[in-house]
Design a protein around this ligand. Structure first.
Ligand SMILES: Nc1nc2c(ncn2[C@@H]2O[C@H](COP(=O)(O)OP(=O)(O)O)[C@@H](O)[C@H]2O)c(=O)[nH]1
Ligand SMILES: [Mg+2]
Ligand SMILES: [Zn+2]
Length: 359
């Protein structure tokens, strides 16, 4: 797929910070991963090639799933074989990395690397779920990329309800951009412009059916991606089966992802705190400096909950995310099962075990 100037590495988002990293691999060339096919990686350097990780890299991946190359990665390429297959020697240090918990295994799964912005895509056609947006947000905050919520299907929302829907999502994370679009009416895509500058990389995440592929097709100006509306499987679901990186005509780069029914953030304790600054701020008033906000005396979070200043559903979402992060941390440190009601991330982790009065 060609964009204007697609024949240069810069057109694929090549960054000056990579030059010294590459110097550690004399004589080898950089390339960017644009797709994965069963253990082989499609790269651009800038011409396309299919690359297989070397034995050494495969051993590293076996030791740590986060070492696995992923769409958006800058990698180092060995020589091309006569059959046209290249060897993938190393993954260059990532600027950002979006990770989730592997749905099948108690380990992390990288989703996209070196992404500047993650568009968290949610539909306005009745299926808007703030709790799901919160979970994506925690993962994006932990990735280092900027989260932007893109609400699609604005055409399906009765006029007059838009401001309230936008405000509800904005309240999830103060200062975060929340944009409303309609791909079908071709209205409002201009609002995405600031995040689609040349050389910038944007990844779209969100449940299946919210309109990610439709949105990308609009931005591409073609129907390059299969969408549910085009009836590839006729059922309106799961039409995107692969992650891939595409250049847009305006020279930004975009990562489409298959709809993720579940996204459990991985190692995202700090991300959770950022998504719940209200809970974090309240906890400063708790009697115990390692209060788990689960029934301890003198708990400001519980007090806010009872006073109706903190919404129960939001508190529950915070508890669930905290519990998941605690379990993951226990596995990472080999510490066995975490004690219930005691977050392993955030305040308690910083202050060590045991309940200590604040003063
Ligand atoms: N009414 C309306 N439908 C949309 C809009 N965007 C996407 N759709 C429809 O939503 C369905 C799912 O879209 P698709 O792009 O495949 O979703 P994806 O799974 O997130 O990639 C298709 O039937 C689209 O035509 C929109 O802005 N308005
Ligand atoms: Mg899709
Ligand atoms: Zn508390």
């Amino acid at each position: 797929m060609d964009a204007p100037g697609a024949g240069t590495l810069e057109a694929w988002g090549y960054e000056p910070r990579l030059v010294p990293l590459l110097a550690a691999h004399p004589g080898l060339r950089p390339a960017r991963v644009v797709a994965e096919h069963a253990g082989l990686f499609r790269v651009v350097m800038p011409e396309g090639a299919l690359a297989r990780p070397t034995g050494k890299l495969r051993a590293r991946i076996d030791g740590d799933p986060l070492e696995r190359p992923v769409v958006g990665d800058w990698v180092v390429m060995g020589p091309v074989s006569p059959g046209g297959e290249s060897s993938l020697v190393a993954v260059l240090k990532r600027r950002t990395l979006l990770v989730r918990k592997d749905p099948a295994l108690p380990q992390p799964q990288p989703i996209a690397a070196n992404v500047d912005t993650v568009f968290i895509v949610a539909g306005l056609g009745g299926e808007l779920q703030p709790r799901r947006v919160e979970r994506y947000l925690a993962a994006v905050r932990a990735s280092g990329a900027e989260p932007v919520v893109v609400l699609t299907k604005r055409d399906l929302l009765p006029a007059g309800q838009l401001a309230q829907a936008v405000a509800e999502v904005e309240a999830l994370s103060p200062g975060m951009a929340v944009l409303a679009t309609s791909a079908l009416e071709d209205e409002g895509l201009g609002v995405l412009g600031p995040w689609l500058q040349p050389g910038r990389t944007v990844a779209l995440v969100g449940s299946s059916g919210v309109g990610k592929s439709t949105l990308i097709n609009r931005l591409l100006g073609t129907d390059a991606l299969a969408t549910a509306g085009l009836g590839v499987d006729g059922k309106g679901r799961h039409t995107t089966t692969q992650r891939h990186l595409l250049p847009l005509p305006g020279r930004a780069l975009v990562v489409d992802t298959p709809g993720m029914r579940e996204l459990s953030p991985w190692d995202a304790g700090a991300g959770v705190n950022e998504v719940f600054p209200d809970v974090d701020a309240l906890s400063a008033g708790c009697r115990f400096n390692d209060c788990a906000h689960a029934g301890e005396p003198g708990c400001s979070v519980m007090a806010a909950l009872q006073a109706g200043e903190l919404v129960q559903a939001r508190y529950d979402a915070w508890r669930k995310l905290q519990a998941e992060q605690r379990q993951q941390a226990a596995r990472r440190t080999g510490g066995g099962a975490a004690r219930p009601g005691e977050p392993a991330t955030g305040r308690a982790a910083r202050h060590g075990p045991g309940k200590r009065p604040r003063k």
